[in-house]
Design a protein around this ligand. Structure first.
Ligand code: GPP
Ligand code: MG
Length: 286
C-alpha cells in the first residue's frame, strides 16, 4: 500500500485527521519535552501526588528546573499507579497501550513486567519518536509502536492480557473503543483507564470542561458513559478511583512553571468546582 493509502485506512474521518495533525504538529512542546529529557521517559499525561514544596524555595536561578523535575516525578507516579492496577502480568503476556503518545508508559510497563508491549497512535510523528525511545532504552524487540487506530488495531482476537488508555479516551467513541478492547482481551484480561470525565451530577459540560475540549481538540465524556460502554462490552469494573484530589497539586505546581501552556486554570477550576473528575477505572473481561 502507498503511504497515502495506509494513512486513509488509519485516519478514517476528518475529525481523526485533525487530531493526528494536532499531535504531529505539536512537536516542540516544552511542557512534555523538557520533562522527558530528565530521564528519557516521555509522557503525555498529567501527574498525581503532593509536590515537594521545597522546590519553590532555594536559588531563583534553579527554581524552574526544580519545578520541572518535580512535575516529571508526579507524571511518572501517575503511570506507576496505572500499572499497579494491571495486576499480575507475566513476561509471556502481551499488553496494549492504546494512544501511546511518546511511549513513556509502555517503556515503564516493559521495565516492570518484562513482557511484550505494543503501542498504537494515529500520530506518525509519535510512532517514530516512541520507537526511537525504545531503541534508546534497549527494549525495541519487546516494545513496539505502530501507526494504527485504537478503534481497529488489527491485533489478534484474545491476544492481550492487559490494555490501558492513559488519557486518550476523550478522542473516541467509547462503545466503539470497548468493542475493540473486548475483542482483543483474553478472558479475565484487565483494562485500566485513567481519564478526565465530566460530572453527570452537576449536569452538562461546564465552561471549564469546554475550554479543555477546545484546547486539545477532544470531546470529554460524561462519567456515566464509561460504565455504560464497559458494561455493553463484557468489561466489568473492579476498581474505580477518584484521583481528582491527587491531581490538583500537579496543576497548582504546573501553573507556576515556565512550561505552563495556559490550560492550567481551566483544569483547576473544573476540578475545584466539581464539574470534572480525574478517574481511574479498572475492569475485567468476562
Ligand atoms: C495529554 O497530555 C492530554 C490529553 C490527551 C488531553 C486530554 C486529557 C484530559 C484528562 C482531559 P499532554 O501531556 O500531551 O498535555 P500537555 O501538553 O498539556 O502537557
Ligand atoms: Mg504533558
Amino acid at each position: 500500500m502507498t503511504s497515502t493509502a495506509v494513512e486513509s485506512k488509519v485516519l478514517r474521518t476528518a475529525y481523526q485527521k485533525s487530531v493526528a495533525a494536532y499531535w504531529n504538529n505539536n512537536q516542540q512542546d516544552p511542557v512534555n519535552l523538557r520533562l522527558g529529557e530528565i530521564d528519557g521517559l516521555y509522557h503525555h499525561h498529567y501527574g498525581i501526588g503532593e509536590y515537594d514544596a521545597s522546590v519553590l524555595e532555594g536559588p531563583e536561578e534553579t527554581r524552574d528546573a526544580r519545578i520541572i523535575q518535580e512535575m516529571h516525578r508526579l507524571e511518572t507516579a501517575q503511570a506507576d499507579v496505572l500499572l499497579d492496577y494491571l495486576g499480575d502480568v507475566q513476561p509471556t503476556d502481551q499488553l496494549l497501550d492504546a494512544g501511546s503518545g511518546r511511549g513513556g508508559t509502555s517503556i515503564m510497563a516493559n521495565h516492570r513486567f518484562r513482557c511484550r508491549v505494543d503501542g498504537v497512535t494515529i500520530s506518525e510523528y509519535q510512532v517514530g519518536f516512541a520507537n526511537e525511545q525504545a531503541v534508546q532504552w534497549g527494549c525495541s524487540d519487546d516494545v513496539q509502536f505502530h501507526f494504527r487506530n485504537m478503534l481497529d488495531t488489527g491485533f489478534d482476537t484474545g491476544s492481550k492480557r492487559g490494555i490501558w488508555t492513559n488519557e486518550t479516551t476523550m478522542y473516541v467513541d467509547l462503545f466503539d473503543l470497548y468493542a475493540e478492547f473486548s475483542r482483543l482481551l483474553e478472558y479475565g484480561g484487565r483494562y485500566v483507564c485513567i481519564t478526565g470525565c465530566y460530572n453527570d451530577v452537576t449536569g452538562g459540560r461546564s465552561k471549564a470542561v469546554s475550554k479543555i475540549d477546545e484546547h486539545y481538540t477532544c470531546n470529554i465524556h460524561p462519567r456515566s458513559h464509561y460504565f455504560k460502554a464497559l458494561t455493553a462490552n463484557n468489561l466489568v469494573p473492579i476498581n474505580v478511583v477518584d484521583l481528582t484530589a491527587q491531581t490538583i497539586p500537579y496543576w497548582e505546581l504546573r501553573a507556576q512553571s515556565s512550561v505552563a501552556t495556559g490550560i492550567e486554570e481551566a483544569f483547576l477550576n473544573a476540578y475545584r468546582e466539581g464539574s470534572f473528575h480525574y478517574l481511574l477505572i479498572a475492569a475485567d473481561r468476562i
